[in-house]
Design a protein around this ligand. Structure first.
Ligand SMILES: C[S@@+](CC[C@H](N)C(=O)[O-])C[C@H]1O[C@@H](n2cnc3c(N)ncnc32)[C@H](O)[C@@H]1O
Length: 398
């Protein structure tokens, strides 16, 4: 199991939280995603242009990582061959770090070449052979990319060629075959991760030009995470506990279509926009592409019903009546007196600020009882219907 948490640059404490929950030893990586290439102009010092993507596993070592498909720009560098056999020629001379004979003595050796027969060898057998040493453009000693045995294997496989450059120098080249993909890097700067273009605008287009959600993620950031950690044609269950506008569901549906996989998703969202944004978004994507179906359920409210009533109350009297009701019928916080002494009621009315009164009343409710707990499903007091019970049993596979 892989856990992914996306973190705003300002809220860098998420990594600390994840370390505590999953254990630092299970930390797979923290990526930087350039989600706002232009930078935030409202910042006082640096213009923030990124967010963090923290990845943890339940048990380090178990998850495998898939390589990302090459970009068009990367593919365009392989100009020889066709299809899966595309390749390019690269210099056989190693430059940069660890490229001196002192550092890699086994990779410093002469190569002999007989131009008239295009013969490549490690032995000097004729005066007509040209000796080629690994020297850089400044004449400094370097090394070849491979040791002798490995070089000979490449010669046998026709994967080495020797040619003269414009200034007449002999150059050794080795074949570089196109790879199926590249190991994902820790900094993601591709323009497809721009949350404005591939989050906000994408969502606007789905909702006939209306801006229905602030700061959705780029669908490509989520798609790439899914593709990196799931099998092609796989059937994982992906949970997004903070669904927001539903980018995760959208991304999974697209991956399913493109990679012929059959992933399922569970989204959780607490805000009312689940009805106006999250659910309609998933419905629209499914309908547009005919991509299966999903069900949407609401938790059965218990104290939450009181929370809603507190929010819509119009007067202090209404709030006091609600308080009585709550004290008699719901789960109050453990430290709250179930009796309502007249003194306390008087103090409450004297506050003369309904917002403050609402906050106080909301604080009395036990937040662990906002919804009916599964363990209470058979409790007659909650009067859970048979259909709801069946649905719960099916969901939990009972
Ligand atoms: C930053 S948004 C996610 C945005 C989303 N990735 C997208 O692209 O649309 C985080 C969401 O988590 C929701 N959330 C926060 N705490 C929650 C909780 N305890 N239970 C359910 N949802 C929660 C918030 O209401 C908010 O919609």
């Amino acid at each position: 199991m892989i856990v992914v948490a996306i973190d705003d640059e300002e809220q860098a404490y998420l990594a600390v939280l994840c370390d505590e929950i999953f254990g630092r030893a299970n930390h797979i990586g923290t990526l930087i995603v350039q989600s706002k290439p232009s930078g935030r102009t409202t910042d006082s010092y640096f213009a923030t242009c990124h967010e963090y993507l923290h990845i943890y596993s339940k048990q380090i070592g178990l998850p495998t990582i898939n390589f990302l498909e090459l970009t068009d720009e990367q593919k365009s560098q392989y100009t020889e061959g066709t299809g899966k056999n595309l390749f390019r020629w690269r210099d056989f001379l190693r430059t940069g770090g660890l490229s001196t004979p002192e550092e890699r003595p086994n990779s410093y050796y002469p190569i002999y070449y007989l131009p008239e027969k295009k013969q490549i060898s490690l032995e000097k057998t004729s005066e007509k052979q040209i000796e080629i040493l690994p020297l850089d453009s400044n004449g400094r000693k370097r090394v070849w990319r491979k040791t002798r045995p490995s070089f000979l294997e490449h010669v046998n496989d026709n994967e080495i060629k020797i040619e003269q450059n414009k200034s007449g120098q002999w150059k050794v080249r080795i074949i570089d075959k196109i790879k199926e993909g590249t190991r994902p890097k820790s900094v993601w700067t591709d323009s497809k991760y721009d949350a404005s273009a591939h989050g906000t605008k994408l969502l606007k287009n789905l909702f006939e030009g209306q801006k229905v959600f602030s700061y959705p993620k780029s669908i490509h950031a989520v798609k790439d995470v899914i593709e990196i950690f799931t099998e092609k044609e796989g059937d994982d269950i992906i949970l997004d506990f903070f669904a927001g506008s539903g980018t995760t569901a959208h991304a999974i549906l697209e991956v399913n279509k493109e990679a012929d996989s059959n992933h399922q998703f569970i989204l959780v969202e607490q805000m009312d926009y689940v009805e106006s944004v999250t659910v309609p978004r998933v419905e629209k994507v499914i309908k547009k592409e005919n991509l299966g179906d999903f069900i949407y359920c609401e938790l059965m409210p218990y104290n939450q019903a009181y929370m809603d009533k507190i929010q819509t109350a119009q007067s202090s009297e209404e709030l006091v009546a609600l308080w009585r009701d709550i004290a008699e019928n719901s789960f109050l916080n453990w430290y709250v007196n179930e009796q309502m002494p007249e003194e306390a009621v008087k103090d409450f009315i004297a506050i003369d600020d309904m917002e403050k009164q609402k906050h106080l009343l909301a604080a009395l409710l036990d937040k662990n009882q906002l919804y009916v707990n599964l363990a209470e499903i058979e409790d007659a007091d909650f009067a859970v219907g048979e259909e709801d019970k069946r649905l719960n049993r099916a969901f939990y596979g009972e």
